[in-house]
Design a protein around this ligand. Structure first.
Ligand code: 3PG
Length: 395
């Protein structure tokens, strides 16, 4: 795949798709990871004398302008981070966008308003894509978090510009989530958590081809426990996915992949839990009785998983081990975060909740790579082609 390093951008209008879909509280950005992650590409383009025109979506505004989802506040934040003015166009197409794009000088930066204020974006409407494309001479996609969407600004636009390349963030994401997990230094240990087997089964299936060990946590462990004939009491489980889980266990055996489930769990009173608190809690080894609900992995499991991570050369972690938003049931997740960060292995955090958890744990500086993708990371780990990346190859 070609990157911005392979082309000459000086004096060119470079249309860059980034993923500035950041969490906001009012006008306040509560996590700027995705803005920071786009900086290497933006700074490089500026230093090379490109005329940088940035587009992104924010939230899901349903194809019409909605101030709640305006990228205006992001322009200010970006300007501070780049250390230079960032112009803002109140629309991503039409005369205001064209005027602003065409009056840029070399090394100047313009941010366009939310592309999802137009229905044509998510519809991947060719007319809308053509209008976006007309703003630039060159297209750069660096929106890894949105690469699983075939939208006008991620896919359609590539049909109307001759030069289409990726930025440094997409390049890095493909390296860590792709190459480094396809040809891993071994042992390659995968830690997967989260609530549902149905959300992760395709990732599990793909990783069974690559990993040496898969360690399971989170509520999906209870569906696997049912598949082994165990009891889970009132724990969250998916009875209709037990057969799917059983097949995955069988495949792991056939492939020689060690598949570990929690040997103990933190359980709480199921009635209290339904009322919104953990209530009484205890550590439960083996089967979980009715009236109790598993909410985190227990200390023995933590020790086992820690040891596996310590012996690993490559670690991939996606999904929390328990309800880490509540302190009492956060120990498993934070212990895994610590083990992954403090170990000597190449450590890759597969995006979403696990990135949130590792940041809360204070260990994020020590991991090798944290993906900026949520759905995009999962689809990529599943082995699916990402439309935003495929389009660059085809352009
Ligand atoms: C994300 O946050 O996963 C991406 O920005 C994609 O957003 P979407 O799910 O609204 O398409």
């Amino acid at each position: 795949i070609k990157t911005i390093k392979d082309i000459d951008v000086k004096g060119k209008r470079v249309l860059v798709r980034v993923d500035f879909n950041v969490p906001l509280s009012g006008m306040q950005i509560t996590d700027d990871t995705r803005i920071v992650a786009a900086l290497p590409t933006l700074k490089y383009l500026v230093s090379e004398g490109a005329r940088v025109i940035i587009m992104s979506h924010l939230g899901r505004p349903k194809g019409e302008p909605n101030l709640e989802f305006s990228l205006g506040p992001i322009a200010n934040a970006l300007s501070v981070k780049l250390g230079q003015p960032v112009a803002f166009a109140g629309d991503c197409v039409g005369s205001s966008a064209e005027g602003a794009a065409n009056s840029l000088g070399d090394g100047h930066v313009l941010l366009l308003e939310n592309v999802r204020f137009h229905k044509g974006e998510t519809d991947n409407d060719p007319e809308f894509a053509k209008q976006l494309a007309s703003l630039g001479d060159i297209y750069v996609n660096d929106a890894f978090g949105t690469a699983h969407r075939a939208h006008a600004s991620t896919e359609g636009v590539t049909k109307y510009l001759d030069t289409c390349v990726c930025g440094f963030l997409i390049e890095k994401e493909l390296t860590f989530l792709g190459e480094k997990t396809s040809n891993p230094d071994r042992p390659f240990v995968v830690i997967l958590g989260g609530a549902k087997v149905s959300d992760k089964i395709m990732v599990i299936d793909a990783l069974l081809e690559k990993a040496d060990q898969i360690l399971i946590g989170g509520a999906m462990a209870y569906t696997f426990k049912l598949a082994q004939g165990g009891k889970v009491g009132d724990s969250l489980a998916e009875p209709d996915k037990v057969e799917t889980a059983r097949l995955a266990l069988e495949k792991a055996k056939a492939k020689g992949v060690e598949f570990l489930l929690p040997e103990d769990n933190l359980v709480c009173n199921a009635l209290d839990f339904k009322a919104g608190t953990l209530g009484e809690t205890k550590i439960q080894e083996g089967d979980i009785e009715d009236g109790w609900e598993g909410v985190d992995i227990g200390p023995k499991t933590i020790a086992t998983y820690r040891k596996a991570v310590e012996n690993a050369k490559t670690v991939l972690w996606n999904g929390p081990m328990g309800i880490f938003e509540i302190e009492e049931s956060s120990k498993g997740t934070f212990a895994v975060a610590e083990a992954v960060a403090e170990g000597n292995a190449l450590s890759i955090i597969g995006g979403g909740d696990s990135v949130k958890a590792i940041k809360q744990s204070g260990y994020s500086e020590k991991v090798s790579f944290m993906s900026t993708g949520g759905g995009a990371s999962l689809e990529f780990l599943e082995g699916k082609a990402l439309p935003g990346v495929v389009a660059l190859d085809q352009a």
